[in-house]
Design a protein around this ligand. Structure first.
Ligand SMILES: Nc1ncnc2c1ncn2[C@@H]1O[C@H](COP(=O)(O)OP(=O)(O)OP(=O)(O)O)[C@@H](O)[C@H]1O
Ligand SMILES: [Mg+2]
Length: 241
């Protein structure tokens, strides 16, 4: 029996007068890895911002484990177990790697079902040994790849029930991209639910259970990886592949 974890239902979101989302829908079930795809400027980040309470939808609803997020401030939404790796990474520039990891760390929900092992500094360092080597470096002295590892590690340190990545591998060198994908695949194997935005359809098809495609603020397609692979027209029309 699949349990709905995150449910985005018919949301409209705006920037001032300009509407960016039109009745957007999306769903993540426990243990699933789900992609949100679409070309530049189509509404992916806006959807993530609506989920995190950073851009309040004017209509529709967002719920997490059956709880309506509509009136909660962003920090409380995060505390419910949503760990965001934001677009642009937003590493704290004046904190060290270690400080970035512990600044927003949170123990696992004591009331949650016995989940995977808790994240600690040691576990994050084992996942990304590079972060341990650079633990005393300041956030603004890191390469793009190191910043992205740090952003993932920082989100994991909140022991999220759902990990959200807005541009998982954007702008990274091929080897680092591979490292991020392999990390996400390990997390999936450990039962971590993930919502991931990326432009690499091949990598997403390999790892995701389900895909949602947004075009000009509308959900235009959703389906599993077999359906996406069998549908080159969809990929061409909406993803430019
Ligand atoms: N701060 C803002 N003010 C006004 N309009 C915005 C703002 N941020 C985004 N938009 C507009 O909202 C629409 C959706 O943008 P969004 O950032 O969600 O796209 P995206 O799918 O994440 O794109 P990308 O792949 O480039 O990150 C775009 O038309 C964009 O121009
Ligand atoms: Mg974006």
């Amino acid at each position: 029996m699949l349990e709905v974890m995150l449910e985005v239902s018919g949301i409209d979101a705006f920037y001032g007068q300009s509407q960016a989302l039109f009745g957007m829908n999306l769903e993540v079930q426990a243990g699933q890895v789900v992609s949100l795809m679409g070309r530049n400027g189509m509404g992916k980040t806006t959807t993530i911002r609506a989920i995190m309470g950073l851009n309040r939808p004017r209509s529709g609803s967002v719920s997490f484990q059956g709880r309506d997020l509509g009136k909660l401030p962003p920090y409380q939404i995060a505390q419910l177990g949503l760990g965001l790796v934001p677009e642009g990474r937003q590493i704290f520039p004046n904190l060290t790697v270690r400080e970035n990891l512990v600044a927003t760390a949170r123990p696992p929900d004591p009331l949650g079902a016995a989940g995977p092992e808790a994240w600690t500094l040691e576990r994050v360092y084992a996942l990304f040994p590079r972060l341990q080597e650079r633990r005393a470096s300041m956030g603004d002295q890191l390469s793009g790849g190191e910043q992205q590892m740090l952003a993932v590690g920082r989100a994991l340190m909140t022991n999220p029930k759902l990990l959200l990545l807005d541009e998982a591998t954007e702008g990274l060198a091929p080897l680092i991209r591979q490292e991020i994908w392999s990390c996400l695949s390990d997390l999936k194997a450990a039962g971590q639910a993930i919502l991931v935005i990326d432009k690499n359809v091949e990598a997403l098809t390999a790892i995701c259970d389900r895909h949602f495609i947004v075009e000009k603020g509308h959900l235009v397609w959703s389906g599993n990886s077999d359906e996406l692979s069998a549908n080159p027209d969809i990929q061409h029309q909406y993803l430019g592949v």
